[in-house]
Design a protein around this ligand. Sequence first.
Ligand SMILES: C[S@@+](CC[C@H](N)C(=O)[O-])C[C@H]1O[C@@H](n2cnc3c(N)ncnc32)[C@H](O)[C@@H]1O
Length: 225
Amino acid sequence: MIGPADYSRWRSARLGSLTESIEERTILGLCGSLSGRRVLDIGCGDGTYALRVSQEGAFAVGIDISRSMLRAARTRAAAQPSHGRWCQASIAALPFAANSFDVVLAVTVLCFHRDPDSAIREAARVLRPGGSPVIGELGKYSSWSVSRRVRGWLGSRTWRSARFWSMRGLQRATESAGLLVDGTQGCVYYPPVAFLAEILRPFEPVLSRLGQLGAAFLTVKARKP
Ligand SMILES: C[S@@+](CC[C@H](N)C(=O)[O-])C[C@H]1O[C@@H](n2cnc3c(N)ncnc32)[C@H](O)[C@@H]1O
């Protein structure tokens, strides 16, 4: 599994920081105004999104199954002003009452879970009516998924078991949980090569308007009726 050291290495590399900033902008754009909102970040990792929404004025709760990821998240949180808390739990059984959050974020976590449908149902349960899940996942029809699948075949345990999503599949899973899809968006259309990412990055907005084919990162925003 991916650990905190992998994440900080990824972020300090040019390709990683560029890609993370594009993904983050897309997710935050879908979240809308966050001031005063209660946000649950499921599979929060080392806290990137929970900390970011907290900077936007939300009260953030980050949950993750990995103790080392949570330790890294707490360390990062201590180094900046943020409002929130961290909790070790599985996305399969969230330790929160029904209807307790305005927004639930799920960023690249369903791809590593054996039962994403029940995890989305669980996210829907803890959302208040009118609240929004914002999901970011690994796109199936992209050069990134090809390279990750090859790494899986070559022995990477992380990528051998990962799931890659089509936008239709992600929408269907969201709707099956009783949620209404409000919008979808793709990003990261360039291949996983830093200099090509630099060259092609300016075309992201145009490609995103044309469709989701080729996007390494797929996002869905929905609403609990
Ligand atoms: C690829 S990381 C994404 C982290 C974060 N969402 C981000 O985008 O920066 C996936 C995270 O999901 C966590 N995870 C995997 N299975 C989980 C589960 N069943 N319950 C909670 N967290 C889980 C992992 O520990 C890891 O921190």
